[in-house]
Design a protein around this ligand. Structure first.
Ligand SMILES: *Cc1c(COP(=O)(O)O)cnc(C)c1O
Length: 342
């Protein structure tokens, strides 16, 4: 199978497996795991934040951020297709007791004027705006890079109104590598940041949240409450360290592969590339083949290629380091053949 469903399907490298094997460990609930501490310090340094916390997943990291920043009855402003809104099981409502208020953006970027207008005035009828969430790269917008200036404008509005900003940077390193803007500069435009080690960076498990020392102290308690206080967790933090030190630059290869795939597929009659390809995610509209995304994916799977539906006619392909350039060419060829036979 050529698996382009997600960059989460990447398997840990040999070096990661070796590092897990050799990791120096301790009980991390007592804050005695040296490998976790090293990972957290490295991540905090890269993001330019005071402190960081290793968490089990991106979803857990985002939810800890919501729980730490907000109180029940607050309202969160976020983009209408944000991962936090679409794909986290309404956990912000279920766990933090907050309600989302969505703002439709352009390629994942909310208009700062819309954000300003959505902030609640002080009124007995209204919830309080407790948090603004940004997402970069934006998954549902096809790996779009939210421009730094857009984030700056929103962060300024947030500060004027004393509202914290959380950045869902599950794929922030993709945004940095593709734009040439450091993760630190993006992270500067938010109080707290979550990023995933287990996507294009290839670690088997885990995410990191970063922010002020005070935020991380409170976040650590929320992580414990959620059952995320782990013990000799250096075993899984060690691959995460390698993800940060060895795997960042190679994300550029995934971006190249996505462009190559887009170029190839754009030559297929009946297939349209949706939006532009900025990072490792490619959205393709198959409506011109008179197929739904599910039908198309069924045929594709028979050709031993996997992708996921992202709308009635939209299919998402995500390039990753387990898929070679030759395999990308193979996928293009198979889709050509498939389109001819439909
Ligand atoms: C994957 C992802 C998450 C959640 O990460 P998990 O580790 O799968 O829980 C959050 N936000 C975005 C934008 C993502 O792509």
């Amino acid at each position: 199978m050529i698996d382009l469903r997600s960059d989460t399907v990447t398997k840990p490298t040999q070096q990661m497996r070796q590092a897990a094997f050799e990791a120096e460990v301790g009980d991390d609930v007592y804050e005695e795991d040296p490998t976790v501490k090293r990972l957290e310090a490295t991540a905090a340094e890269m993001l330019g934040k005071e402190a960081a916390l290793f968490v089990t997943s991106g979803t857990q990291g985002n939810q800890i951020a919501v729980l730490t920043h907000c109180k029940p009855g607050d309202e969160i402003l976020l983009e209408a297709n944000a991962h936090l809104f679409l794909y986290e099981g309404a956990s912000m409502s279920a766990l933090a007791g907050v309600q989302p208020r969505t703002i439709l953006g352009n390629r994942g970027a909310m208009d700062p004027a819309d954000v300003r207008a959505a902030i609640r005035p002080d009124d007995i009828h209204f919830p309080e705006t407790g948090l603004i969430c940004l997402e970069n790269t934006h998954n549902k917008a096809g790996g779009a890079i939210v421009p730094l200036e857009n984030m700056q404008q929103i962060y300024e509005i947030a500060r004027e109104n004393n509202i914290p900003v959380h950045l869902d940077g599950a794929r922030l390193f993709n945004a940095a590598v593709a734009s040439g803007i450091s993760v630190r500069r993006f992270a500067d435009q938010a109080d707290t940041v979550q990023f995933c080690l287990s996507k294009g960076l290839g670690a088997p498990v885990g995410s990191v949240i970063a922010g002020s020392a005070d935020f991380i102290r409170q976040a650590r308690k929320w992580r414990k409450r959620l059952g995320g206080g782990l013990r000799q967790v250096g075993m899984i933090a060690a691959p995460g360290l390698i993800a940060l030190t060895e795997m960042v630059d190679r994300l550029a290869e995934d971006h190249e592969q996505a462009k190559r795939l887009a170029e190839g597929l754009s030559q297929v009659n009946g297939i349209e590339i949706e939006g532009k390809v900025e990072t490792n995610i490619l959205l393709v509209n198959v409506g011109g083949l008179n197929q739904t995304s599910d039908e198309f994916l069924h045929h594709l799977k028979e050709q031993r290629v996997l992708a996921v539906p992202f709308g009635p006619e939209t299919v998402r392909f995500v390039t990753n380091f387990d898929v070679s350039g030759e395999e990308i060419d193979e996928v293009i060829e198979k889709v050509h053949k498939l389109a001819r036979n439909i």
